[in-house]
Design a protein around this ligand. Structure first.
Ligand code: MN
Ligand code: MN
Length: 305
């Protein structure tokens, strides 16, 4: 990793940290999820970042991959466990970070345990540490607070314009996971904790997609090709929501049919909304880590945390 790349990772992280701080000061029970998502996404752009993926707002047993879609009537309830996962990039260098909030003190033990589990994991990271050992730290810390981690959700290495760059950082002591932290690497560390059994399954709802860039577009209809090219120019293979491309609900659901067609023929990937299988609440915290010249930097934290 050269200095220019390091600086871009740091800048993306700084923007993400500021946006987290700003949104924390704003969210109140009764707010619409769509207004929170728009605030986050507008704020990222206003601070000079680009969107690495749509703002994910996953409530209670929904663990990940939900971004608001029309009719946009969902609001945050006082009892909810709301996970907010946001992604910033600067010239393709990504900051991926998440936090969980609730206005109900009953949820505080779960949220606090998840925060501390991530802190413990971040303290353990050094070049050469194997990913499965970090998974062990995460699993043991979560257990010490009486919670399970979600075993089929993981952290990951980050690459240029790539959110999942190939390496998996498990949230449990998974000896089948190869690889270790190395100097010059960028990683997202993201424990998910739950009082449930600790597994998620895909639901049949999809609100987030990514394109699979490929050459031959001849097989596509005119409408499919136009949408593919429009999104590709802006997003490459980064995830997107059709919210960004539709004027209103009607166009949103029409474009959704088009992108579903693209997915069926291998030109797009769907990221289904994931639900904890025992129906229990899920909390998540996530930070991005960059190892530069032997030093571990948590890019997505600023002075306040
Ligand atoms: Mn994330
Ligand atoms: Mn992530």
């Amino acid at each position: 990793m050269d200095e220019e790349v390091f600086e871009k990772y740091m800048k993306a992280g700084e923007i993400a940290a500021r946006v987290k701080n700003d949104v924390l000061n704003r969210v109140r029970p009764g707010m619409r999820l769509i207004d929170i998502a728009r605030f986050v996404e507008d704020r990222i752009r206003a601070l000079g970042g680009q969107l690495a993926f749509p703002c994910n707002l996953s409530v209670d047993s929904t663990a990940a991959h939900y971004t608001p879609e029309p009719p946009d009537t969902d609001v945050v309830e006082e009892s909810n466990v709301l996970k907010m996962d946001l992604g910033v990039h600067v010239d393709g260098y990504i900051a991926d970070t998440a936090l969980t909030i609730s206005f109900d003190p009953q949820n505080e033990p779960l949220i606090e345990a998840t925060r501390r589990t991530l802190d413990e994991a971040l303290r353990s990271i050094r070049p050469g540490l194997s990913f499965y050992k970090l998974g062990g730290v995460i699993e043991d810390t979560a257990r010490s607070y009486g919670f399970n981690t979600i075993k089929n959700l993981s952290g990951h290495s980050l690459g240029h314009y790539q959110i999942h760059a190939g390496e998996v950082i498990p949230n449990h002591r998974d000896r089948l996971t190869r690889g270790s932290f190395r100097d010059g690497g960028a990683y997202a560390i993201e424990p998910f904790l739950t009082p449930g059994i600790g597994l998620v399954a895909d639901s049949d709802r999809v609100t987030i997609y990514a394109l699979r860039p490929r050459g031959k577009l001849r097989r596509l209809s005119e409408e499919e090709r136009r949408l593919f090219e429009r999104i590709l120019g802006e997003r490459r293979a980064l995830p997107f929501t059709l919210r960004w491309y539709a004027e209103g609900p009607e166009e949103y659901y029409r474009l959704k049919e088009v992108v579903e067609g693209l997915a069926r023929r291998g030109y797009a990937i769907e990221y289904p909304v994931m639900i904890e299988v025992s129906g229990e609440r899920v909390a998540q915290f996530e930070e991005t880590v960059v190892i530069y010249r032997g030093v571990v930097y948590v890019t997505t934290r600023s002075g306040y945390s």
